[in-house]
Design a protein around this ligand. Structure first.
Ligand code: NDP
Length: 328
């Protein structure tokens, strides 16, 4: 395939453009050692930031966005991968400094790739995508720090988003009582279907609060940051654990040390982009066995490359729920 379709982001001075373009095979990054025919990619929050030029996600121009993808190896100079292998890519700066997966072809480094688990299709892998893999990293962080279903309720913020939706499905499947915090109370039925026992309005968490509040949560998965993260720390029970992975409300953390020094709570930072391979394998393995497929189907919708730009704008407006899978 000497040419292939992909999204191309360009910037010259202040002039930014995003378009579905015909790209030349010779333009693919030469330092990569595995070429993948991308079958499915997704539009993550970070992709939406890049495609709408809302934050400096892209650090080399022109750029093909797409921080994750799944497909089949079509050429390999890496001993670990052979033609026909089905692989997943998450992060490692792909779609930021290295051409990404919102294209029919991607040239990637073999050391970045994870095999698609035997019982997942490439489409299911991308219905999960970076958001779902991050949700699993968060859930594992709570579990490994000893938070058990009998310890009490787990709060999931940004509940109707990609990370939040999959976090609810995982935790409910593991037997936790999950409370979903959302700005979309109209999505309460969807959140209950995923496994939430209760749905609360995020408005109460989004504004400045007291440094110590009534203890409620045994654990929290937070994809929102800012005042929300400060408030959930202030409401976490003695010895509880908060896994922080996102900044949908903001990057700031206007909090007090009180919950840490008076209640011994733990705040765990979750990064999916540079996470080591053993953590990726563990997360993807658990996702392939523990995530309810009917719920996954309800969380995700499929679109074509031509629809990506408008979907990115919807994600930035915060009006979308669940995950968006892109068919290449
Ligand atoms: P989505 O856009 O799918 O979901 C984000 C959700 O956050 C929205 O659906 C909304 O949920 C809530 N939200 C949006 N704006 C606000 C606001 N102003 N205040 C409070 N809540 C808000 O994104 P993802 O789920 O894919 O990602 C969530 C976050 O996690 C992002 O910041 C993303 O960058 C980050 N992330 C981090 C990763 C890492 O490696 N650490 C990996 C993947 C994602 P609702 O309406 O239900 O409240």
């Amino acid at each position: 395939m000497s040419t292939f379709r992909g999204i191309l982001l360009s910037k010259t001075g202040d002039q930014f453009s995003a378009s579905v373009s015909l790209l030349d095979h010779a333009q693919l990054p030469q330092e990569a050692d595995v070429e993948v025919a991308v079958e499915y990619s997704t539009v993550n929050y970070k992709d939406a930031l890049a495609i709408t030029n809302s934050a400096p996600v892209v650090r080399r121009w022109p750029m093909v966005p797409g921080i994750d993808g799944a497909g089949a190896v079509v050429a390999s100079r890496n001993a670990a991968w052979r033609v026909g292998d089905k692989v997943i890519l998450n992060g490692f700066g792909v779609g930021e400094t290295h051409w990404g997966c919102l294209a029919e072809r991607a040239a990637l480094k073999g050391e970045w790739l994870v095999q698609v688990p035997i019982n997942l299709s490439t489409k299911e892998a991308m219905a999960i995508g970076t958001a779902g893999y991050t949700a699993m990293l968060c859930a594992i962080a709570l579990e490994k720090r000893g938070v058990k279903p009998t310890d009490g309720e787990i709060l999931v913020t940004g509940a109707s988003g990609g990370v939040g939706s999959i976090a609810i499905a995982i935790l409910a499947g593991w037997g936790y009582r999950v409370v979903a915090s959302t700005g979309k109370l109209t999505e309460a039925d969807y959140l209950m279907m995923l496994g939430a026992s209760e749905v609360i309005d995020r408005a109460g968490l989004s504004v400045v609060g007291k440094p110590l509040q009534k203890e409620r949560w045994a654990g929290v998965i937070d994809s929102v940051g800012s005042f929300t993260l400060a408030n959930v720390c202030a409401q976490t029970k003695y010895g509880g654990v908060v896994a922080a992975c996102g900044l949908a409300q903001g990057m700031d953390f206007p909090a007090s040390v009180a919950p840490f020094i008076l209640r011994g709570i733990t705040l765990v930072g979750i990064d999916s982009v540079m996470a080591p391979l053993f953590a990726r394998h563990e997360a993807w393995q658990k996702l392939s066995t523990d995530l309810d497929r009917d719920k996954l189907a309800a969380i995700s919708r499929e679109i074509s490359l031509n629809e990506v730009e408008s979907m990115a704008r919807q994600i930035m407006s915060g009006s979308l729920r669940g995950r968006v899978v892109v068919r290449l």
